[in-house]
Design a protein around this ligand. Sequence first.
Ligand SMILES: [Zn+2]
Length: 386
Amino acid sequence: MRVVLMVIATLITLGLAAFGIVAAQKTTISFSSLAAAAGGARYVRSVTVRPPPAAAVRIAAAGATTLSSPVSSDAPAGAAPMHIAENAVPAVPIAENAVPAMPAPAKVTAPSQASPAVSNIPVCDKPGGIGLSRIVEIDTTGGPAFGFEHFKQYDFLRDKEVVLTFDDGPWPANTPAVLKTLNDNCLKATFFEIGEHATWHPELTKELVAAGETIGSHTWSHKDLARNPYASDLEKAKAEIEMGVSAVHMAAGASIAPFFRFPDLQHPPAMLAYLASRNIATFSTDIDSRDFKMHRPEQVIKSVMRQLERRGKGIVLLHDFRHNTAEALPELLRQLKAGGYGIVHMVPRAPVTTLPQYDKMVMQQDKLSVTNTRPISSVVRTIGRN
Ligand SMILES: [Zn+2]
C-alpha cells in the first residue's frame, strides 16, 4: 500500500512538472509571438508611413513673392531628388514628370494645401506687357542638371514654354537694358553672373535682386574648367566655382540661387559631382542663341525663334553682357508672344550656402568694391575749401 501511494505521489509530481514545462513553453511561444507581431507591426507601419508615389513636379499655391510658403512636397520613394512647384492656373496638384533616377530618401511632408482656383501670378499692369505664364520652384538637392543640350533627365517645360537665361553679366548699360525690357513686360529671368563682374558692379546685381530676378553663378572668372590647369587640378576648379558663388552672393547682398552654369558649357564629370555634393543645380541649355557670335540684334532674334520652332520649347541661353542681345530683347519678346510662347520663371527651393574660405578669397582680391557699396558722398566729403 505504501508503495502504491509512493507511486501515485511520484506520478502526480511528474504530471505537475510536465504541466510546468508545457506552461513555460507556452509562455516562451507567447513572447516570441509578441516579438514577431511587434516586428510585423514595425514593417507595416513603415510601409504605411511611406509617402505615396507622387510626382517630382508639383503645383505651388504661392505666387512669386510668397514662394517660401509651405506647399505640398511629397516625394516618391526612390525618385529623383527634385521638386518643381509650378505656379499655374490649374487648381489641383498634377502629377507629371516623375522621372525616377537617383535613389533619394523618402520625404514625409505636410499634406498639401488647397491650391487657389485662379492664377496667383499678378496680372501684368504694363501696357502690352506679356506677364509670366508659370513659376517653377527647383529643389537642387543632389545637384540635378538641366538643359537638353547635355542633360536629358528632367524635361519640366511644357510645349511652347520658354525659360530666359542671361550669362556673363552684370555689365553696365546692357544688364540694365535687359532688366528694363523684362520689367516692361512683367517678366523674370535667371542671370548666371561671373563673380568678378559682380564685384565690379555689385549695384547692378542688387538691381536684379530688387526686381525679383533669379541670380545664379557662372564661375569667378569664366574659365573653361575642362581645360588645364583646372582639368588636372580639382582644387583650382573648385575655387573657380566657389569664388564665383561667394562673389555673386556678396554683390547681391542677399541670398542667391544654388544655380550654376559652366563657362562654354563644358561639364567636367568631377565638377558635376562636386556641385551635386554642394546641392547646386547645373544648367546647360536647350536653345543656345550663340548671340556672342552675332553683331546685329536681328540675328539673335532669328537664331532663337528658328530653334524654338524646331524644339517647341526650351531654356534659352542669352548674354546680358552683350549689347546686341540687350537691343534684341524687346522684339524677341514680341515675337515670342506672337508665336504663342509663355515665359516660365525658375526659382530655387532654398538659397545657396557659401563657404567661408572662398568668401575670404574673394574679399582678398584687388577689387574690393563688393564690400564697399556706400555711395561716394557718404564716404568722402569736402570739409574745407578756398
Ligand atoms: Zn559665359
